[in-house]
Write a protein that binds this ligand. Structure first.
Ligand code: ADP
Ligand code: MG
Length: 245
């Protein structure tokens, strides 16, 4: 009985099915912040198409709109106008509750400052995401260890963030982002606080994850190092894509 199927169920079932093969699409995407009587247009008509299984860099200087664009794609922010389609679904059609569910299941986030819970071990930081998602015990345990192994931290599972280097903490954050087996990872300046050797290690890890785990990864950055690792570079300037490579 098609008419009684809730949109919520549809959201979960049809994710990942996209006839034209794009994981992320935006059409004339605008995001205008209101600052009192002033309007700040952070995104000014962004059109982009990202294919499945690609590692894409979103480059541009500070203030060009990278974070705003990632937030609109990840459903953390609402566009002022235009369309954001992820896995073929227009995010503006979803309620807040649906958006939260969708995000939890389908998108992993990695931030510049790692964002780990300081009193929890690496294991607990990753496992918490699976607890929130309601994954049962044994599966949760296995998946946590799998993700920590994937990022090269098998020997560090019981360490807390303050006992780890910045690079190791970012690896925990990446394992956490992977925990729910997302199809899309959004990374905002994920190498911004790391030295160049460590940044390269993280970029190699991202490359490997895209190749082996069948995810699409969109990384906002102004780090020139990324060029060697990515499949595609989108250049953002003053809220518009000015160049695609
Ligand atoms: P980037 O990540 O490339 O540094 P942002 O997306 O953070 O760029 O910012 C783009 C523009 O939007 C900037 O001019 C910034 O000042 C403005 N901006 C970002 N967030 C807000 C906000 N919450 N309120 C008002 N203006 C904002
Ligand atoms: Mg930013």
């Amino acid at each position: 009985m098609a008419e009684t199927v809730s949109t919520e169920n549809l959201v979960m079932e049809d994710i990942g099915v996209n006839t034209d093969g794009y994981v992320v699409e935006t059409e004339e995407l605008w995001r205008v912040y209101k600052m009192g009587s002033r309007e700040v247009p952070a995104l000014r008509g962004v059109n982009l198409h990202i294919s499945a299984g690609r590692f894409v860099a979103l480059k541009g200087r500070s203030g060009s709109g990278k974070t705003t664009l990632l937030n609109c794609i990840g459903g953390l922010d609402h566009p002022t106008s235009g369309v954001v389609r992820v896995f073929g679904r227009d995010l503006t059609e979803l309620s807040e509750r649906q958006l939260t569910q969708w995000r939890r299941k389908k998108v992993g986030f990695v931030f510049q400052s790692f964002g780990l819970l300081p009193t929890l071990s690496a294991y607990e930081n990753v496992e918490l995401m699976l607890r929130i998602a309601g994954v049962p015990g044994k599966e949760r345990h296995d998946r946590t260890l799998y993700c920590l192994d994937l990022v090269g931290l098998s020997k560090w599972v019981h360490h807390r963030p303050y006992e780890m280097s910045g690079g190791q903490q970012q690896r925990v954050a990446i394992a956490r982002a992977l925990a729910n087996n997302p199809s899309l990872i959004l990374a905002d300046e994920a190498t911004g606080e790391l030295d160049s050797v460590t940044a390269r290690e993280i970029l190699s890890l991202f490359r490997r994850i895209v190749d082996e785990e069948h995810v699409t990864l969109l990384m906002a950055t102004h780090d020139p190092l990324v060029d060697e690792y990515v499949d595609q570079i989108l250049q953002l300037r003053d809220g518009q894509i000015v160049q695609e490579q």
